[in-house]
Write a protein that binds this ligand. Structure first.
Ligand code: 5GP
Length: 190
């Protein structure tokens, strides 16, 4: 998405070689027009997949997942984060390391909102090492649901998340790929 690349160049900033700050676009402020545009694009790519539910993790994935779910005409479910391990018989829980916060959090999805009847599209804002995605994929597996694929706004291809998940045989669609943040410069992969 050319428009998204331009916005990242204008409003994003490189924190270090590993981290791009996009809080003006995705993580703190969101532009509803741009978010709806991204949702339309994910819906277009997965339209034939008979998706029954869009799944994301709170909080930054929610706006984009909402837009995709709206376009596909299906519910959005967002996994909730919990600070401590709580076993909950009514929920699927997974423990995931947080890339930006350097801590481990538990994510959970109520059994009421995900079942073996579901065909899931997983949407997220950014993929780095893929820990958040792997946690969500495990939840989908435990629920006995089917994962149709994953849509991510921004993939940092110099980190292994996207590649390793594709190697698992999962379809991963990304809107923008960034191959390097070295030297304070954002380099897009064509
Ligand atoms: P992963 O689990 O793939 O290592 O990291 C995914 C999550 O960490 C994303 O949902 C995102 O919230 C956060 N994250 C990873 N890399 C970046 C980054 O470069 N910038 C920002 N703002 N968040 C990131």
């Amino acid at each position: 998405m050319e428009q998204l690349k331009q916005r990242i160049l204008q409003e994003g900033s490189v924190v270090n070689d590993q981290v791009l700050k996009v809080d003006a676009l995705l993580n703190h402020q969101v532009d509803p027009q741009l978010i709806m545009e991204m949702g339309r694009e994910f819906a277009r790519r997965f339209r034939e997949e008979r998706i029954t539910k869009v799944l994301t993790v709170e909080s930054s994935g929610i706006s984009i997942a909402f837009a995709a779910a709206f376009e596909l005409g299906v519910p959005l479910v967002f996994a909730r984060r919990r600070k401590s391990v709580t076993t909950d018989n009514d929920a699927y829980c997974e423990r995931v390391p947080s890339f930006t916060k350097g801590i481990v959090t538990d994510i959970m999805v109520s059994k009421r909102f995900l079942s073996s009847e579901d065909r899931v599209l997983f949407i997220d804002d950014i993929i780095a090492n893929g820990d958040a995605a792997r946690g969500l994929i495990r939840i989908v597996e435990t629920a006995g649901a089917e994962l149709a694929g994953m849509g991510v706004v921004l993939e940092k291809t110099f980190q292994a998340g996207g590649r390793t998940i594709r190697e698992q045989g999962i379809r991963v669609e990304t809107l923008v790929k960034i191959s390097s943040l070295a030297g304070n410069r954002i380099v897009f992969e064509e």
